[in-house]
Design a protein around this ligand. Sequence first.
Ligand code: N01
Length: 534
Amino acid sequence: MTAQNTIQTVDAVVIGAGFGGIYAVHKLANEQGLTVVGFDKAGGPGGTWYWNRYPGALSDTESHVYRFSFDRDLLQDGTWKHSYVTQPEILEYLEGVVDRFDLRRHFRFGTEVKSAVYLENEGLWEVTTGGGAVYGATYVINAVGLLSAINFPNLPGLDKFEGETIHTAAWPQGKSLAGRRVGVIGTGSTGQQVITALAPEVDHLTVFVRTPQYSVPVGKRPATAEAIADIKADYDNIWAQVKRSAVAFGFEESTVPAMSVSEEERRRVYEKAWEYGGGFRFMFETFSDIATDEEANETAASFIRNKISQIIEDPETARKLTPTGLFARRPLCDDGYFQVFNRPNVEAVAIKENPIREVTAKGVVTEDGVLHELDVIVFATGFDAVDGNYRRMEIVGRNGLNINDHWDGQPTSYLGISTANFPNWFMVLGPNGPFTNLPPSIETQVEWISDTIDHAQKTGLRAIEPTPGAEAEWTELCTRIANMTVFTKVESWIFGANIPGKKPSVLFYLGGLGNYRGVLAEVAANGYCGFELT
Ligand code: N01
């Protein structure tokens, strides 16, 4: 052990101050009376919502279920202006939660965790920060976020660019690009939002489209006082439904297969969903098998392709923006994204057929030899998701096992929460955790982890960790479920396929939140089956 005399010993270290870290600190410190220190490299709470300050940033879950449910008073005091909450509103909400539960005193902001090393003899984790502070902790709760390790492609010549480069997840506070010539690389959820927000204010916008995506309207509308009051009066039922549902977005998933109804009826259902808005609603509330059956999937996909061709006036631009094949990435929704391409100052460049050759001092040159002159390049190029953030720390478990070696083939876990040889080391949204609206899954996991820690404390357990067999079985289950869906048939970040050199693997439990909660309850009720308790 290094610097023995400066070590501070606590019961638990929590890494991250987003939804997961905030709730974990509240549970462990306020409710269970443990000594807890929380770290985040950000200057304040918020997690994803601290960093993603790009114009247009918005949650694609409806406002009333994009929040914590654990405290009735907090729910009753909450409010929102529209059916969806924007990044500044979510950040304000999370800061408010931190203050309401007096959590700031537990957090060290602006503090990055560099390493966490398990000391077998002491039964402690030695956690070292970027500033060199060392903490000894019985438990480590990793709430480091699914999507926080930035993917910044190294385009040839990028270092010669004389303009500015910005990744959307490191958007400088309040930065405006009004009047500039801007290029955006990336057309996922983030790209669509930032493109839609920037188009009216920039001088010229060049959108570099690699894979066009299916997207439906978000359906953002003002929230009336009556509608909010009705929701608040019904919150118990709403949360009960969210927690037993699959995707946890606050609607009942359909039980009707798409091909069991007439074509006319399908069109009516899709039209209604298009009018109402919401990507997950479109995929899961319309019919039961869009995510599992290719024929059903094609009916939804072709409906969206038709809409795109009606919205985008120039056929050649429409062609560049129209997806082909399965509708099988995380479903997107937008606030006028396709309409933006009818503006005279917006241009689409299809970089699969006309790739980026290099970046020069003045802009981006494509294979056809055209220089797209730019003042700013915005990278909406996503994240090294799920395990990316863990791999950027030095995490060493039993017998000197580094997490990178443990996850050499693929990142795995038991229950999306823990992994063999890393005792008392818990993950919120670890590999193979649920794929849902995230706050309800985060709450589920934090509650399970804190109950488990409580159990360990009360029964005098020194260590709890999964057996390799249980971890292998969970991995196998997640793979089996994923292979029953269409999602595995296309490349996307949800399988790690977006990062050059990253071995694609199943990163989520696609069995739904209701089932997942059932599994967690059963594991605890059966004496923590699958775990080794010592
Ligand atoms: O990232 P992405 P994101 N050259 O990986 C392109 C959540 N989220 O930040 O598709 C050129 O989806 C890449 O192209 P391709 C949500 O869970 C939620 O947009 O790989 N292009 C793609 O177009 C979401 O799913 C919200 O061919 C390159 C884009 O960059 C997740 O975050 C809002 C490239 C990356 O898309 C991730 O979304 C925002 C390269 N070298 C985010 N590398 C809401 O709640 C990548 N691309 C609404």
